[in-house]
Design a protein around this ligand. Structure first.
Ligand code: DAK
Length: 256
């Protein structure tokens, strides 16, 4: 890997760090290819219970790589290859946490919003400044942002490029926790470790069910949730979890 660094922590967290500091971690096609590969590998690894994606203190990611896009045609942007690299994250079953510090702009903000939770440092700046380039967000910025912060704020961000600071983003519900710059990654890893300790199937289906709230009507969402809930009664972990409660001991999850 040339543009990301990966490791698995003792707490079973798969950590992915963007590693293009000289370009504020701009998300080039090669970086996105590596990110997709790393995400798929962690999703398939039973030793990983939760994934954390981060950048560095100055930038989570300042967007898709403008230099790589500058001369692209509409046909290039339609290419399945480019879209697939970005879409991989949507197909990951395990929970993903974005640990954000500094610039989190354009495709960087869209990628963070594609994660399941966001832990931000006090210096984080969230924005969709594509309007300054003569384009609009292309990976969910107008949709996920609007779901998270509402129409008024989303419109202003998309139409003027206004950025949200970390506290403001938290007030709007975009961010789970805000911490000092020195500790944002530790906090994200702690949260991820907590998730990684849960029953893996329940964590996977819990993520799926919450995400469906953004895609389905309430009626369909409730029906979907119920099917997932019922399905978990076919798992050994449900038997173990409830037996452990009754026997006043800690459960041992098997992930099946
Ligand atoms: N792309 C390429 N290089 C970037 C970059 C980016 N997004 N952001 C920063 N850099 C590079 C700069 O060019 C500079 O490189 P050198 O000149 O040193 O070679 C280096 O990083 C440091 O940047 P600055 O010198 O500009 O640093 P400053 O601290 O002065 O300013 C800044 C920081 C974040 C305010 C500024 O760099 C900036 O405005 N960056 C661009 C932010 C932006 O407009 N982001 C949105 C890009 S459009 C899709 C998928 C994704 C997308 C769309 C569709 N599909 C799958 C359909 C996403 C689109 C976007 O993200």
């Amino acid at each position: 890997m040339n543009y990301i660094l990966t490791e698995i922590t003792d707490a079973h967290v798969g950590l992915i760090r963007f590693n293009r500091p000289q370009a504020l971690n701009a998300l080039s096609p090669d970086l996105m290819e590596e990110l997709g590969q790393a995400l798929l590998a962690f999703d398939a690894d039973p030793n990983v219970g939760c994934i954390v994606i981060t950048g560095n203190e100055k930038a989570f990611a300042a967007g898709a790589d403008i230099k790589a896009m500058a001369n692209a045609s509409a046909i290039d942007m339609l290419s399945n290859d480019i879209i697939a690299k970005w879409e991989t994250i949507r197909h990951i079953n395990k929970p993903i946490i974005a640990a954000v510090s500094g610039y989190c702009l354009g495709g960087g903000c869209e990628l963070a919003m594609s994660c399941d939770m966001i832990v931000a440092s006090e210096s984080a700046k969230f924005g969709q400044p594509e309007i300054n380039l003569g384009i609009i967000p292309g990976f969910g910025g107008t949709q996920r942002l609007t779901h998270a912060v509402g129409k008024a704020v989303s419109m202003e961000m998309v139409l003027t490029g206004r950025m949200l600071g970390a506290e403001e983003a938290k007030d709007y519900g975009l961010v789970n926790h805000v911490t000092p710059v020195e500790t944002y990654l530790d906090e994200a890893l702690k949260l991820a470790a907590k998730v990684a300790r849960q029953a893996p199937l329940a964590a996977r289906l819990g993520k799926e069910a919450v995400n469906k709230a953004f895609e389905l009507s309430l009626h369909e969402g409730l029906a979907h949730e119920r099917r997932l809930f019922q399905m978990l009664f076919a798992s050994e972990d449900q038997k173990e979890g409830m037996a452990a409660f009754v026997e006043k001991r800690k459960p041992t999850w098997m992930g099946r």
